[in-house]
Design a protein around this ligand. Structure first.
Ligand SMILES: Nc1ncnc2c1ncn2[C@@H]1O[C@H](COP(=O)(O)OP(=O)(O)OP(=O)(O)O)[C@@H](O)[C@H]1O
Ligand SMILES: [Mg+2]
Length: 360
């Protein structure tokens, strides 16, 4: 799968721009704050219907403009496809795939499969569970659109249960417990399946990144295996939940943890071990997507040459030789020194929300 053309209108600092992309490596270089990451953000938005930087879609519209438009042409299974998204200031979003308007965001996900690696990802294994859940949820959603639907249903039920807890009226709590537990069971199954798949990949990838010195293990942190389990917990938690005014346990609080040589990475890991483990996670994600859809996903690499050392950059560049990859950087020489990339590469010099010049 690869992106052929990206058209941006009033998106972030772009007034109007077309990018014609190469099937292999595309490098966007330029000074800070010129619009390099904005390109990756637009692509991510077209793939997942959301930004990796903001929840407020109005922020994506160019200052002092009323609407923004992204139009993307890509090839998948040897067929050309098109995605068009319009956003307006009043939070109206219209998504069309091959000219057909979608009813829900979740219908968009899975058309384009991509993996992004950005400086913020270093935090995935360091900070609280929210980023890890997001990583897992996005991976599964890209491959199983039904999962995204179930997750959003779960969240609606959760909102209702929480509203009830806040109102201190527990009359229908059993109904919400039952509904929440049903969804939880489904979500749990998917998450377990994919944590297992990640583990299968990690044990192959991680030793290669650490000269076989370290053993990696990913553990799903959950207290539930079945619906009945979860109903029991919800009942047991009722008083505490009532006191706190929200649901204290469930799919929205789950997590996973990485162990290196049987020690928690989160507790004992060095900076370097964190970077390697995140890199291994991202490569695992690429491999899983590739296996399941039978095509190469697209890889977005934001500023990796300034964030990772040479050894790690080489590991990722080496893996993605046959993928379409979009790379941003401030120092072009830092990227071009890697032989594995220089075969088929298109360069875009980005300046003030414009392509100053481009070439193969
Ligand atoms: N809605 C918007 N309208 C106009 N300009 C915007 C909007 N949102 C962000 N910008 C501008 O976009 C620029 C940042 O773009 P981007 O994050 O792509 O930079 P970058 O080239 O990746 O820089 P760096 O190398 O520092 O990562 C800033 O100058 C910012 O003011
Ligand atoms: Mg940037």
């Amino acid at each position: 799968m690869y992106i052929k053309k990206l058209y941006l209108k009033n998106f972030r600092n772009y007034r109007e721009q077309i990018f014609e992309l190469n099937e292999n490596a595309n490098v966007f270089y330029g000074d800070n704050a010129q619009g390099k990451t904005n390109i990756l953000e637009a692509l991510y938005f077209a793939a997942l219907g959301r930004s990796f930087r903001t929840f407020k879609e109005a922020e994506l519209i160019k200052f002092n403009h009323e609407y923004s438009n992204i139009n993307l042409t890509y090839e998948k299974n040897n067929r050309e496809n098109n995605i068009e998204i319009n956003i307006t200031k009043k939070n109206n979003k219209v998504i069309k795939v091959n000219g057909v308007k979608l009813n829900k965001n979740s219908e968009l996900v899975g058309n384009i499969n991509l993996v992004i690696f950005s400086p913020d990802d270093i935090m995935i294994l360091k900070q609280g569970p929210a980023l890890r859940r997001k990583f897992l949820d996005i991976l599964i959603s890209q491959l199983k659109p039904k999962y995204m639907h179930e997750l959003s249903e779960y969240n609606k039920i959760l909102d209702n249960r929480n509203a009830m807890l806040k109102s201190k009226n527990l009359e229908t709590i059993d109904v919400w417990n039952e509904q929440l537990a049903s969804k939880m069971e489904i979500i749990h199954k998917y998450r377990k399946e994919y944590i297992d798949k990640i583990q299968e990949k990690l044990v192959i990838i991680h030793p290669g990144l650490t000269d076989n010195k370290e053993e990696i293990l990913i553990k799903y942190k959950t207290n539930f295996t079945s619906k009945e389990d979860f109903i029991e917990t919800l009942k047991r938690n009722e008083l505490n939940d009532l006191y706190k005014g929200y649901t204290t346990e469930g799919a929205h609080r789950e997590d996973f943890e990485i162990y290196i040589n049987d020690k928690s990475l989160n507790m004992y890991g060095s900076q370097g071990q964190h970077r390697t483990a995140v890199l291994a996670l991202k490569i695992a994600e690429l491999n899983i997507i590739k296996e399941e859809i039978g095509e190469n996903p697209i890889l977005l690499l934001d500023d990796v040459t300034s964030e990772l050392d040479e050894h790690r950059v080489l590991s990722i560049f080496d893996v993605v030789k046959e993928y379409q990859v979009l790379i941003t950087c401030t120092d072009l020489a830092q990227v071009l020194k890697y032989d594995c990339l220089t075969k088929n590469i298109k360069l875009f010099n980005i300046k003030g929300g414009q392509v100053e010049n481009s070439g193969e």
